[in-house]
Design a protein around this ligand. Structure first.
Ligand SMILES: NC(=O)c1ccc[n+]([C@@H]2O[C@H](COP(=O)([O-])OP(=O)(O)OC[C@H]3O[C@@H](n4cnc5c(N)ncnc54)[C@H](O)[C@@H]3O)[C@@H](O)[C@H]2O)c1
Length: 428
């Protein structure tokens, strides 16, 4: 496969144009004929107008991607010879992998597979999933032979939405192919858009495992600092002060306590534990970390409730403002955000909740939460303010300015240890 710019035969199909798929389609679309396909009509309509509601791609880059076409019609994928699948891999309520999207995408691609085509999976999966679950679907739909007629690869995405420093191009890309020559082709393909370099993993299963353990490691480390924060509370010392002192050692890892939401760190470990169970291993530490991180919203609610009661503020009918709704700072993604869990504990106790988040628009919220989202914060109004997300926009707030938004007797709780002022009523 010739990867030169003028190669008219090479057509790349990107299946799923979300946080991961769109930046990829844009970069490939600057160099090669690329079809960006998504099942959501609204998404394709917006992208065709250079509007990216995920805020990952700006107008300049849309313009630069001259060879990229967006489509809602899967038949537009028919002439592609490289298919890259970037669809969601969430979990069900029972924490088991929900493989419906990746299976459906494999069915779509399988129908168009031709001899010598390559299918690369970028969705986060458990080790083995590509070849054990997806390849059989591709074989079944195409009637072609794996590693003879068509080939596969895996290349995990490592972007961090909202991160302006690390992006698709400057993060080393891990790749693996189903055989040696496919691996080289995939390596060359990504090399054409990634400046940070390519790491070739031993095989597809190894590349799949590498991705899922990156986020599992992060989850466990956050669980550890969360546990330390809970111990510090019992000891009557501030975790923030303890971490500050400990971090002066060169090899102390700089993780911060907090709530873990989103669709990666709180989800991916369950893919690994699911597969571990399938092969007869019961992972205790990973699940214990998950359980601890999942318990943080309730813990935080109870903490704040205690402080409110100490100050004789009755929760029922109290007015509570939560600053920040997204699952992490400086991005607009509210999927799987744990901030709602904190809000819901207050709502169940009869409090009146307002959310304020300059990154979030009402259309991303359900009807009840739409009403709770405010644009202007009133003064002298709240009994309690909680800083839940450390958006850059909140840097302007001080303890004093937050107190102005509150009634005389109030509680300010800083989950993110964001405020410099030590007089804040509570921090993790
Ligand atoms: N968002 C991140 O920060 C991030 C980082 C690394 C890896 N990942 C992984 O990448 C994958 C994609 O994540 P995302 O955040 O981009 O998801 P997303 O929800 O933002 O986007 C996925 C897109 O796929 C589309 N889609 C679903 N099924 C489809 C189908 N059959 N055909 C075509 N389009 C389809 C959806 O409409 C959606 O627009 C997941 O496995 C995720 O775990 C995400």
């Amino acid at each position: 496969m010739n990867l030169s710019k003028n190669n008219n035969d090479l057509i790349i199909g990107i299946i799923g144009l979300g946080y991961v798929g769109l930046p990829l389609a844009i970069e490939f679309g600057k160099k090669f004929k690329t079809i960006g396909f998504d099942i959501k009509k609204e998404r394709i309509k917006n992208l065709s107008l250079s509007i990216d509601t995920t805020s990952e791609v700006n107008e300049v880059n849309f313009k630069k991607a001259k060879y990229l076409k967006f489509s809602n019609n899967s038949y537009d994928l028919i002439n592609c010879n490289i298919y890259i699948i970037t669809v969601p891999t969430p979990i069900y309520n029972n924490k088991k992998p929900d493989l419906r999207y990746i299976k459906k995408a494999s069915v779509i691609v399988g129908k168009f597979l031709k001899k010598n085509d390559i299918v690369i999976y970028e969705s986060t999966v458990y080790p083995g999933l590509t070849e054990e679950v997806c390849v059989p679907i591709l074989i079944n739909e195409s009637n072609l032979k794996y590693n003879k007629d068509f080939f596969c690869g895996y290349s995990p995405e490592r972007i961090n939405p909202g991160d302006k420093k690390y992006n698709l191009k400057n993060i080393i890309k891990v790749v693996a192919g189903s055989n040696k020559s496919t691996t080289i082709k995939i390596k060359n393909l990504y090399n054409s858009i990634i400046s940070a370099g390519i790491f070739v993993a031993k095989d597809i299963k190894t590349a799949e495992a590498a991705k899922v353990i990156e986020n599992t490691q992060r989850d466990i480390n956050i669980a550890l600092v969360n546990e330390i924060a809970l111990i510090c509370k019992k000891l009557g010392i501030k975790s923030k002060d303890v971490f500050e002192a400990a971090s002066t050692k060169w090899n102390f890892l700089n993780f911060k306590p907090g709530i873990v939401g989103g669709h990666c760190i709180g989800v991916d470990p369950y893919y690994l534990t699911h597969k571990a169970n399938l092969v007869g291993f019961n992972p205790k530490m990973i699940l214990s970390g998950r359980a601890l991180n999942d318990s943080m919203p309730k813990y935080i609610f109870r903490e704040i409730k205690k402080i409110m009661l100490k100050k004789n503020i009755i929760i029922k009918n109290s007015k509570v403002l939560i600053l920040g709704l997204t699952f992490k700072e400086n991005c607009n993604d509210v999927r799987n955000t744990k901030v709602f869990e904190i809000g819901n504990h207050f709502i169940k106790s009869g409090a009146k909740i307002n959310y304020y988040d300059p990154w979030v628009s009402k259309k991303d919220l359900n009807n009840l939460n739409k009403k709770r989202l405010i644009n202007i914060i009133p003064n002298n109004y709240y009994d309690c303010i909680i800083i839940a997300v450390s958006h850059n926009e909140f840097k302007k707030y001080s303890l004093k300015s937050l107190k102005k938004m509150c009634k005389k007797n109030n509680v300010i709780y800083d989950i993110k240890n964001f405020l410099k002022d030590n007089k804040v009523d509570g921090q993790l």
